[in-house]
Ligand binder design. Structure first.
Ligand code: BTN
Length: 327
């Protein structure tokens, strides 16, 4: 392990306590000068490290591949991990270098600077305050099935977050607490001709952001687990929970070719089911409709006001608002 990684590892192990510089040098097997030099470099890169009275400590817990792999090594899905200090977008790395990554590769980062959201929106993840990850999958499935990854991921996220707070899924890809967004999902695919090369499951979770981290617009629409629970969240425990649920729902689906287990969960956690909504499309005026169901293809089955037939919506071109203006 590089000295930088060793120092972060040692400090993360004792978080929220710190280590005296002497002990840190001893544990990391380095000189005092090297240790201080590396700490300064890390601070320069915005890692949440502080020094007080010759004690070094982290002000927030960090993602640790060691911890995550220890807890996920016996799963059916053989996850393997890549952790970056910072990255433009984990999804872009996964998509652009899909051929290099094995099925089950999880790309993690301490900070994401040009992350992508759905419908061309941005999604940034400030250093140590947010989880941004992408899972590379290489399933042998028909391309019509790919929208189901959003529902599968929404179900896995809801199961992992419900131990902290009461969460709802706003179809297709928003996870909300008290009608504010706490997590989002962006599924992207690589095709060569008509053959599916791979799927990138991108997940962003607002873990340890505080109100000051949001701009005035997102303050109204977004929240974090820390803001909702009043406690700092350990990203490793949450990532492990998510990967364990994702593994089990994914394996069950691929083996049975039946998505009903995660579709039922999406209905259970749904914010929209049986509600009246407005459907916004780029090509026509907003239309009022009632949400009737979520299909086994991951579509939202709605009934437009004044129509008798039901219309399935795919997630691609629509955004949805409730009558009371939830996100
Ligand atoms: C949305 O709610 O619009 C989707 C947000 C998805 C954000 C995640 S963060 C990790 C991954 N990499 C990206 O660039 N985007 C996704």
């Amino acid at each position: 392990m590089l000295l930088k990684a060793t120092i972060l590892h040692e400090l993360n192990k004792v978080y929220p306590d710190g280590l005296s510089i002497d002990l840190l040098c001893f544990n990391a097997e380095c000189s005092l000068l090297d240790c201080i030099h590396v700490i300064e470099q890390l601070q320069h890169k915005n890692f949440p490290i502080k020094m007080r009275n010759n004690v070094a400590y982290l002000t927030l817990p960090l993602i640790s591949i060691e911890e995550i792999s220890k807890e996920t090594q016996c799963l059916h899905m053989r996850y393997n991990y890549i952790l970056k200090d910072k990255i433009a977008s984990t999804n872009n790395l996964a998509l652009n270098q899909m051929h290099k990554f094995e099925h089950g590769t999880v790309i993690l980062t301490h900070s994401q600077e040009q992350g992508k959201g759905r419908l061309g929106r941005n999604w940034t993840a400030p250093m140590a305050k947010s989880i941004a990850l992408s899972i590379v999958l290489k399933p042998k499935i028909q391309h019509e099935m790919t929208p189901l990854f959003t529902q599968l991921t929404a179900a896995a996220l809801s199961l992992s977050l419900k131990d902290y707070v009461d969460v709802k899924i706003k179809w297709p890809n928003d996870i909300l607490i008290n009608k504010k967004k706490v997590a989002g999902i962006l599924i992207e695919t690589n095709f060569q001709g008509s053959s599916l090369q791979g799927v990138t499951v991108g997940v962003g979770i607002n873990t340890n952001l505080t109100l000051d981290d949001f701009n005035s617009d997102s303050k109204k629409k977004a929240t974090s687990l820390r803001m909702e629970t009043g406690e700092v969240v350990d990203p490793n425990k949450l990532i492990v929970r998510f990967l364990v649920h994702f593994n089990s729902l994914y394996s069950q689906w691929i083996e049975s070719e039946d998505p009903s287990s995660f579709i039922s969960l999406c209905k259970e956690f749904s914010l929209l089911l049986n509600k009246v909504i407005y459907v916004y499309s780029p090509t026509s005026a907003p239309r009022r409709a009632t949400v009737m169901d979520i299909t086994n293809l991951g579509e939202l089955l709605i009934q437009y006001e004044g129509e008798l037939t039901l219309t399935p919506l795919t997630s691609l071109d629509f955004s949805i608002r409730g009558l009371n203006g939830y996100v």
